[in-house]
Design a protein around this ligand. Structure first.
Ligand code: HEC
Ligand code: HEC
Length: 164
C-alpha cells in the first residue's frame, strides 16, 4: 500500500516534471506495469492483439489514431509517442523471448534492466561491458541464425528501459 502510494506520487511528479527534469524519460516497461498492466496485462501480448493498418496501430472503438487516443486515455504525460513506438514494435515481435529465454532469464524488461546497459549508442552487458551481440553469439543455446533476432529484441528493450 505504502509502496503504491509512493510509486503513484513518484510517477505523478515525474509526469508533471517532464523531460527537462529527466534527461532520457521514464523506463517504459515500468510505466506500463505501473499504469496499464492492471487492466491490459503483459504489454507484448496486448500489443500483438492490436489492430494494424499500413504499419500503424489503430484503436478499434472509436476507430482512430492511437496516439490521439492515448493522450486522453490514462495519463502518461510526455511519454505518449515513446509508448506508442514500444507498442508498435511489440505488435510485430513474436513472443520468442518469452518462450525461449524467459524460463532461465525472466522477462526481457527485467533482464535488460539488470543485465544490460547503454554505452553511447551500443547495448552492452552491464557487468564487464562486453557487446551484447558477442555475448549472444558465444551463448551456446542460441543458434547463429537467431542471434540477429534476439539482439534486436534485447537492444530495443534495453533502450526502452534505460532511456537516454
Ligand atoms: C482501469 C483500466 C484501464 C487502464 C488502467 C488502462 N486501460 Fe487502456 N483500455 C481500457 C479499456 C476498458 C479499453 C477499451 C476496451 C479494450 O480495447 O480493451 C482500453 C483500450 C485501450 C487501447 C485500445 C485498444 C484497441 O484495441 O483499440 C489502448 C492502446 C490502451 N487501452 C492503452 C492503454 C495504456 C498505454 C495504458 C496505460 C498508460 C492503459 N491503456 C491503461 C482500460 C484501461
Ligand atoms: C537453459 C537456460 C538458458 C536459456 C534457455 C537461455 N539462457 Fe542466456 N544464459 C544462461 C546462463 C546460465 C548464462 C550465464 C550466467 C548468467 O549470466 O546468467 C546466460 C547468459 C546470457 C547472457 C549474458 C548475460 C551476462 O550478463 O553475462 C545473455 C545476453 C543471454 N544469456 C541471453 C539469452 C537469450 C536471448 C536467450 C534466449 C534465446 C537465452 N539467453 C536463453 C542460461 C540460459
Amino acid at each position: 500500500m505504502i509502496r503504491s502510494i509512493v510509486a503513484c506520487s513518484l510517477v505523478g511528479w515525474l509526469l508533471v516534471a517532464g523531460p527537462t527534469a529527466i534527461a532520457g524519460g521514464l523506463d517504459l516497461h515500468w510505466l506500463w506495469d505501473d499504469r496499464c498492466a492492471e487492466c491490459h496485462g503483459h504489454a507484448g501480448d496486448f500489443a500483438r492483439r492490436l489492430e494494424r493498418v499500413d504499419g500503424e496501430l489503430k484503436v478499434r472503438h472509436p476507430i482512430g489514431d492511437m496516439r490521439e487516443f492515448l493522450r486522453h486515455h490514462y495519463p502518461v504525460g510526455h511519454e505518449v509517442d515513446a509508448l506508442y513506438r514500444m507498442l508498435k514494435a511489440q505488435a510485430v515481435t513474436p513472443p520468442r523471448f518469452q518462450a525461449e529465454c524467459q524460463p532461465c532469464h525472466g522477462s526481457a524488461a527485467a533482464f535488460a534492466r539488470r543485465r544490460l546497459a547503454l554505452r553511447g549508442d551500443e547495448v552492452v552487458l552491464a557487468a564487464g561491458g562486453r557487446p551484447l551481440a558477442t555475448a549472444l553469439r558465444d551463448h551456446g543455446v542460441i543458434d547463429t541464425d537467431d542471434v540477429p533476432f534476439f539482439r534486436a529484441v534485447l537492444e530495443r528493450v534495453a533502450r526502452e528501459v534505460h532511456r537516454q
